[in-house]
Design a protein around this ligand. Structure first.
Ligand code: 13P
Length: 299
């Protein structure tokens, strides 16, 4: 199975009434965890990494190329359909580098800009991405941020969304309907009526960012109202950290010195980071079941 375009993954999802997860990874262990989860439960998936949550100097030095190469390598060898997304890049230059490095979907972090500026930048991204046969996602409206109370949320206006999609040529649109980024506890209050109005006005698949705090009870209704992709980040890092913490606690309680080659980077059972990876996998599999994508890899 080779790498698949995101629009193709989302079209299949809409046809069969499920959603595909983008599970935001940050290194080799987390990328592998997402892909192994997808293969284990027979789900299509979107591999990738986020520009908004990584150190910009590191990304600009070689981080974009490094993560894109890892994600691309895994997607090409995947037994399930997988796309590669560079999510929420902070700069246009990073977008260009992500495309050259093999990401087949890109998104610029431009939803905080006024409408016209967001539209102009998104058009530029479409112009540079489509010749690479890469897809573009953009966000209209802005999400609240669970880690920063100063961030003001603004809901997506359905008429503006229709104009934005038509004039930008984007392939998928992320919306703000009460969903919250980086909600480390609790659930967001979702406005399904607003989602329904956006869905009636817009033709492209809709995307929900802030998958961590999205209430499971609203997932089915969201899919029925045009959502074909959920982005999940925070809860994967929480799971990873809990796994590494548990592994280190056990290790430190053992008598004698650990064999460092076994516990760091061996990928064997004693590798403490592998235990974090196992927690990510479990989390991703549970979400793939909730999104209805489990078992849909070959449909
Ligand atoms: P969470 O971290 O809230 O799950 O959101 C992730 C996300 O939307 C990445 O684009």
């Amino acid at each position: 199975m080779s790498i698949v375009s995101m629009p193709e993954l989302l079209a299949r999802a809409q046809q069969d009434k499920y959603a595909v997860g983008y599970f935001e990874a940050w290194d080799q262990y987390s990328l592998e965890a997402v892909l192994e989860a997808a293969e284990e439960c027979g789900s299509p998936t979107i591999l990738g990494f986020g520009g908004a949550v990584a150190n910009q100097a590191w990304l600009d030095r070689h981080g974009v190329e490094e993560l894109a190469a890892l994600a691309r390598c895994l997607a090409e060898r995947s037994t399930v359909p997988a796309a590669v997304l560079f999510n929420e890049a902070r700069t246009f230059n990073q977008i260009e580098r992500g495309l050259r490095a093999g990401c087949n979907t890109v998104m610029l972090d431009s939803s905080h800009m006024p409408f016209d500026e967001n539209l102009a930048w998104t058009r530029k991204v479409v112009e540079v991405a489509h010749p690479f046969e890469a897809a573009v996602e953009a966000e209209l409206g802005h999400l609240a941020d669970g880690s920063d109370p100063s961030v003001q949320a603004s809901g997506t206006d359905p008429q503006e969304a229709a104009r934005f999609v038509e004039q930008s040529g984007v392939d998928a649109l992320a919306v703000s309907i009460g969903n919250v980024h980086i909600l480390s506890t609790g659930e967001a209050a979702i406005d399904l009526e607003l989602l329904e109005r956006i869905h009636s006005a817009v033709r492209v698949p809709l995307v929900i960012h802030g998958g961590t705090g999205f209430p499971p009870s609203a997932i089915r209704a969201a899919i029925d109202h045009g959502v074909a992709k959920f982005n999940v980040g925070t809860r994967l890092k929480q799971a990873y950290l809990a796994g590494v913490h548990a592994a280190l606690t056990t290790l430190m309680a053992l008598p004698g010195r650990p064999n460092v080659h076994n516990v760091v980077g061996s990928r064997g059972e004693e590798d403490v980071f592998n235990q974090g990876k196992a927690r990510i996998k479990a989390e991703v599999i549970a979400l793939m079941r909730l999104y209805g994508s489990a078992g849909m890899a070959n449909t």
